[in-house]
Write a protein that binds this ligand. Structure first.
Ligand code: FAD
Length: 503
């Protein structure tokens, strides 16, 4: 919490998509009705981006902090559980793996499990790593239950997220926030007025002439970046050379079995296709690079690969991967698509919104601390964006789809130096970047490395102090405990129906 100067007591949120309403919910929760005045402006005429259905487990902490009842939220957003993402065809065509929300195995005397697995693999035991991951085995078997709060229990070794209708989520948060005193204004902003002395934004002006003043403006206006870019010209760091996909078609289709507890990302000729099963429909989309295929072909690939009849018209979206040079500039903080975009391969956009909000709430400024807070905020958020970028790039550069132009070019690209170091350390000795916070912790990196056939050639030498046969028995015992546990769990949708009221 910042100290010194006058407390900011007039906050204006520009935009009422997922980013705008998540921000409104968090700030109104922090300040209650007696704190800062919070106004949110949204334009029905402009609308929202209207896609974004898969989340990361961190969202549960956001919801819990807001006092949201999870079962009620699931019922209101038609949500299903998500244990991870299946990547189909990202290694060799025909292969697939699941990146789970959870651990692989159990450490042995402080040595991470994947070293045990590597030792066994180098000795000729070729069991898949995923057989030691409870969430992968649950997802593959289409089973679900809640994690056990007892950290010693096998059923405590996974986390979960949701696959939900993000528009219904925003609507839910809108109701919640307005109940907590947030003032909603419907209207289209035409321009902003800047302070002649310090360049900060004093007010925004609506098409009908209404002027809305503020001390702090949160730009949640989507890709257009109404304040952060169109007014302040903050600049954009373009990452198209690392992540060249720049367009998508999105379409919803009728539900089809299985409505499993996982999202699927299937590699296609020049991009990839998502499948996100909700209770009442399946969300689908095709993310592609327009340098390699035409829009018509991209649309056909999507429609030809649906598993149910379409119930909406395919909608085209355009984007450029990257982030603003500063996410906090002057008295404007950009959250959501206004701040940057990384393709939805690992469902990170809503997570980045949450990160931005959490950091903002933690360092909520006074008028005197604004510049110092901005500097710290920008450093934190840039690091988070950069790490996620590296993680996404890994999926592309580690493909083995030889003979397909797009994928051949992805393998040949100049890797970010930070990613190169991570891969080298893993291949040589099984070392994985150890971040304490952030979207992706070591098990996530492990899932993608191994899933895409980047295999360690060495393991922690401390393991050689133990009896290898004993370790082999331990590893096999765990594998059969996981298999036995999964067999006894409910089918995912049976669990969802029992868990959500009204289903
Ligand atoms: P928007 O939804 O675009 O909202 C912008 C708001 O600003 C609207 O209310 C609009 O009316 C308002 N506005 C704009 N201009 C004005 C103006 N002049 N006056 C008044 N109001 C204005 N995220 C995930 O986490 N998981 C996913 O699976 C996922 N999939 C995605 C797939 C694709 C193809 C894309 C493009 C994105 C995906 N996302 C995903 C991202 C996700 O959709 C967004 O992060 C999320 O919806 C937040 O959007 P937003 O609120 O920043 O912007």
């Amino acid at each position: 919490m910042s100290v010194g100067g006058n407390f900011v007591d007039n906050v204006v949120i520009v935009g009422g998509g997922t980013a705008g309403w998540m921000t409104a919910a968090a700030l109104s929760h922090k300040f209650g009705t007696s704190g800062a005045q919070i106004t949110l402006i949204e334009s029905e005429e402009i609308g929202t981006v209207g896609v974004g259905e898969a989340t990361l487990p961190h969202i549960r902490f956001f919801n819990a902090a807001m006092g949201i009842d999870e079962a009620e939220l699931m019922a209101r957003t038609q949500a299903t559980f998500k244990l991870g993402i299946e990547f189909a065809g990202w290694g060799k065509p025909g292969e697939s793996y699941i990146h789970p929300f959870g651990d692989y195995g159990e450490p042995h005397d402080g040595i991470a499990f994947h070293h045990l697995w590597t030792q066994q693999r180098l000795a000729g035991n070729h069991k898949r790593l995923c057989e030691y991951s409870l969430p992968v085995m649950m997802a593959e078997a289409n089973r679900y239950t809640m994690p056990d709060p007892d950290p010693a229990a096998l059923l405590s070794t996974f986390g979960y997220a949701f696959q939900f209708d993000a528009s219904l989520y925003a609507a839910y948060l809108s109701q919640l926030s307005q109940g907590r005193g947030v003032k909603r204004v419907e209207g289209k902003i035409t321009h902003a007025n800047r302070n002649g002395e310090n360049g900060r934004i004093d007010s925004v002006v609506l098409e009908n002439g209404t002027v809305i003043d503020g001390d702090l403006f949160i730009d949640c206006s989507g890709f257009r970046g109404l304040l952060i870019e169109q007014t302040l010209a903050t600049g954009y760091e373009d990452w198209s050379h690392y992540l060249p996909c720049n367009r998508a078609f999105a379409v919803q289709c009728e539900p089809s079995d299985p409505i499993g507890p996982y999202t699927r990302a299937t590699a296609r000729k020049a991009g990839w296709q998502w499948r996100i099963p909700l209770q009442h429909r399946i969300g689908n989309g095709h993310v592609y690079c327009s340098d390699y295929i035409s829009d018509d072909e991209a649309r056909s690939i999507l429609l030809d690969n649906l598993e149910g009849a379409p119930i909406t018209e395919p909608r085209q979206l355009f984007f450029k991967t990257g982030r603003r040079n500063k996410l906090w500039n002057g008295n404007v903080v950009a959250i959501g698509l206004a701040g940057g975009f990384l393709e939805p391969l690992e469902s990170t956009s809503i997570h980045l919104i949450q990160q931005g909000i959490t950091a903002l709430v933690e360092m909520f400024p006074t008028d005197a601390s604004m510049d110092a807070d901005a500097e710290e905020y920008n450093a934190m958020m840039q690091l988070e964006f950069d790490r996620i970028r590296d993680f996404l790039v890994l999926h592309y550069v580690a493909n083995q789809r030889e003979g397909e132009k797009f994928w051949d070019d992805m393998r040949a690209m100049e890797w970010p130096a930070s990613l190169k170091e991570k891969v080298t350390a893993f291949v040589q000795s099984g070392i994985i970047p150890r971040y304490d916070v952030g979207a992706f912790l070591p098990p996530s990196w492990l899932a993608v490395f191994v899933g895409q056939n980047i295999l360690p050639q060495g393991y922690d030498p401390r393991l050689d102090r133990f009896d290898a046969n004993q370790i082999a028995r331990e590893v096999e015992n765990l594998r059969s405990r996981i298999a036995g546990t999964v067999d006894g769990l409910p089918v995912h949708m049976d669990f969802v129906r029992g868990h959500c009221p009204g289903n």
